[in-house]
Write a protein that binds this ligand. Structure first.
Ligand code: EPZ
Length: 421
């Protein structure tokens, strides 16, 4: 097992380039199952979850070639070799459920483990199953397995009870090969949904309205191959923006889509950090004499404040002047980082779905444990500013969603190293 050792670091300074988006890459890789032709996906981030998705696709018959040095994956699924998702890989990440729509559309059947909960919540898939059933899939569940089959899916009007990102993606992928038109209402509008639609249209699908709450899909008989470049990772970018403000630094974050970062930039400005659009990205600068100011956060579906930035922002508000209220409306258990931050000296109280964060003057480094991906990122940020040394265990969680994070941070002057424990 590996861990990070972080020592209190000087203000971060310099330029950092963000990698491709994990949450765009994973559904787009799943979508390559929809066509027998070869697809070339560019700007794919080198992550544990992407590696798992590659291995997972191979079990369904995909030929893959990942040129890591070029961040490029070539995928060809000439024939679906199996429609049974292997349990260990299927349970290693939530995104594995996203092969359900493509396999139903391409091979008319699928057997896949019902995803269990994870550290941040129960994460049911009822909206996924509701949409796929509306498209004509016969779905049964037994002993924790989901069985689905459909001769040929047919278009339908689907209203999502919640703008679920994963459900929107699964239904979209199933609908592109269904007979007739599908309308998904109350769909998720995250940038990663728009990116998936962009990839599907690049290989011959007819998806319109992605990025709005109503997506219209005209089914086609078949899809071709194509090339597609993934959008930058807005959560990685937001994490570096918080790191710059938290360490009182001055950092240029490159390879970003500024629009995707509006909620994070707005909250950083509210806390009195300066965020300016630069030629090649966003410049985050600390301009205060004193401490950052308090701010209230409420996580919401896009374009609201992203739940994936909640933990990182808590690290910042833990040291801000005043009391901040952070309300997590998306996941029911996404405060796992609070206990660890309190062990570093943060003053945080949880009341139902809210965390009341009393800003303190300083944090002290100690040994902490990563419970989930973004909680791990929050602990890294706190370690950069805490007095003394912070040791973060179970960092494989962090490697799932951040590509070479310690190298990127060291490039900005952070004192962080990866050691085997
Ligand atoms: C995606 O998860 C992301 N993962 C998550 O990022 C992100 O936090 C989340 O969207 C919200 O933005 C990937 O894209 C791989 P949801 P997903 O379906 O699709 C409930 C990270 O850190 N729900 O929008 O699972 C669910 O329980 C990860 O990168 C149902 O009730 O998110 C949750 O409370 C973490 N029924 C809420 O909706 C359903 O059928 C949001 O889920 C589906 C979801």
């Amino acid at each position: 097992m590996e861990k990070f050792i972080i020592t209190q670091s000087p203000p971060l300074k310099g330029t950092v380039r963000v990698s491709g988006s994990k949450n765009a890459a994973l559904p787009i890789l799943a979508a390559t199952l929809l066509t027998e032709a070869q697809c070339v996906i560019k700007d794919v981030p080198e992550l544990l979850d992407v590696q798992r998705m590659e291995e997972y696709l191979q079990t369904f018959g995909a030929d893959t070639q990942w040129q890591r040095e070029k961040n490029k994956i070539t995928v060809g699924v000439k024939k679906i070799a199996s429609t049974e998702a292997p349990y260990p890989l299927a349970c290693s990440m939530r995104a594995s459920f996203l092969v359900m729509g493509p396999l139903l559309a391409r091979a008319a059947r699928v057997k896949i483990p019902l995803p269990g909960g994870c550290a941040i919540g129960a994460r049911p898939v009822d909206q996924h199953l509701k949409g796929l059933a509306a498209l004509g899939a016969e779905i049964t569940q037994e002993h924790g397995m989901v069985y689905a089959k459909a001769k040929r899916l047919r278009g339908a009007n689907i209203y999502l009870d919640f703008p679920s990102v994963g459900a929107t993606e699964n239904i979209m992928m199933a609908a592109v090969l269904a007979r007739g038109r599908t309308i998904i209402e109350n769909s998720a509008i995250e940038p990663e949904i728009v990116d998936l639609a962009g990839f599907l249209n690049a290989i011959g699908a007819d998806v319109r309205g992605a990025g709005t709450d109503t997506i219209r899909i005209n089914g086609v008989r078949g899809l071709r191959g194509g090339e597609y470049t993934i959008i930058p990772d807005r959560i990685e970018a937001g994490t570096f923006m918080v790191a710059a403000a938290l360490t009182r630094g001055d950092v240029l974050i490159e390879n970003i889509v500024a629009d995707h970062l509006k909620p994070v930039a707005a909250k950083l400005k509210e806390a009195n950090a300066a965020v300016e659009e630069a030629e090649t990205g966003l410049q985050v600068r600390y301009v205060l004499r004193g401490r950052l100011k308090r701010a209230d956060i409420k996580t919401l579906p896009y374009p609201g404040f992203p739940t994936d930035m909640q933990a990182q922002f808590m690290s910042l508000l833990a040291l801000a002047e005043g009391t901040s209220i952070i309300t997590e409306t998306i996941f029911e258990n996404r405060f796992m980082h609070v206990g660890e931050l309190k062990r570093m000296g943060a003053n945080i109280k949880i009341e139902s779905r809210s965390a009341i964060v009393e800003g303190v003057e300083k944090l002290a480094g100690t040994q902490v444990r990563t419970t989930d991906l973004r909680a791990g990122a929050a602990l890294i940020l706190s370690g950069l500013i805490a007095e003394g040394e912070t040791e973060i265990d179970d960092i494989y969680h962090i490697d799932r969603g951040y590509c070479k994070i310690e190298e990127k941070l060291r490039g900005l002057g952070a004192k962080i190293k990866r050691v085997s424990s």
